[in-house]
Design a protein around this ligand. Structure first.
Ligand SMILES: [Zn+2]
Length: 292
């Protein structure tokens, strides 16, 4: 067995001690070591999520993963369709939860939902990623809101996510402004820490003004990276203040300050551009065909 040089041994010991001290100081945050992180190149980093657990295999082997780069502008993203984004949201009681890797607003009452291709999706929760996970024409934005919906009956398309991208501007986001005190309260708290919100959260505000949206079939952007998720990405970019982005980054655990999964291969998937027209109609009646 090779003899460890004394100096190297002492350095190793002091590094371990430092690690223990730091760890102790942040015991609250690291009491539950994250199973996966956003640290590129780490053993449990995003490139290796699918190798960490058998039920996360889709993260590595899946062919319909999210997020993706949505080509726009001069290069048409894919088929153009017409169909109103049929939202029927309503304000509902909600709870703010620190999930370690993100900050989530969980709806505890009936917040309404979406009608897509005849399927009714109920709004379950919303959460934020920073920077944005989806890119438009190769460009990532400062923040992305995900509104996660689920059908009452299980199917091969049980989940739908509506995504809203934001860039930093002078005006902040009105929904986040109302949530700021609660985000501050759960900052750096243990995974699963929750704060009940004193008022009903209105899900109609964040994506109300988008006239066009992209639609494609993808996956969850966190393990288990389940596929068959119906994605709707609003083309209109919202505004958020730097303070609001910083607040969300400070509130999550250190490994997730930048909690955007790297872009995934499209693998031939088409992204359809939908015009929110007719504004009054029967929903997606003109856009019922599958994309793939
Ligand atoms: Zn998300």
């Amino acid at each position: 067995m090779a003899r460890i040089p004394t100096a190297a041994f002492l350095v190793a010991v002091s590094l371990c001690t430092a690690a223990v001290v730091t760890r102790h100081a942040r015991a609250q945050e690291t009491a539950d070591e994250p199973e996966y992180t956003y640290r590129r190149g780490a053993d449990n980093g995003p490139e290796r999520w699918g190798l960490l657990r058998v039920d996360w295999a889709a993260c590595y082997w899946g062919r319909q993963q999210s997020p993706v780069d949505v080509p726009g502008g001069s290069s048409a993203p894919g088929p153009i369709r017409y169909g109103r984004l049929s939202q029927h949201y309503r304000p509902a009681p909600a709870t703010m939860v620190n999930r370690g890797h993100d900050i989530m607003v969980r709806f505890d009452g009936d917040a309404g939902g979406l009608l897509i291709d005849g399927l009714n999706y109920r709004l379950r929760q919303m959460h934020w990623h920073s920077p944005s996970e989806h890119a438009l024409d190769g460009r990532r934005y400062d923040l992305e809101l995900h509104m996660l919906h689920q059908t009452d009956k299980p199917s091969n398309k049980s989940f739908a996510v509506v995504a809203q991208l934001f860039r930093i501007g002078r005006r902040g986001d009105a929904t986040l402004r109302m949530l700021e005190p609660y985000i501050e309260r759960i900052e750096d708290r243990r995974k699963g820490s929750a704060e009940e919100i004193d008022y009903e959260v209105d899900p109609r505000r964040p994506v109300r003004r988008s006239d066009e949206y992209y639609r494609y079939t993808g996956s969850f952007t966190t393990p288990p990276c389940t596929e068959g998720v119906v994605w709707t990405v609003a083309t209109r970019i919202g505004h958020v203040s730097r303070h609001q982005v910083d607040l969300l980054r400070d509130a999550v655990h250190d490994h997730a300050r930048k909690n955007a999964r790297p872009l995934q291969d499209a693998n031939g998937r088409a992204v359809a551009l939908y015009y929110n027209w007719p504004l009054r109609g029967r929903g997606n009646t003109a856009a019922t065909s599958d994309l793939n």
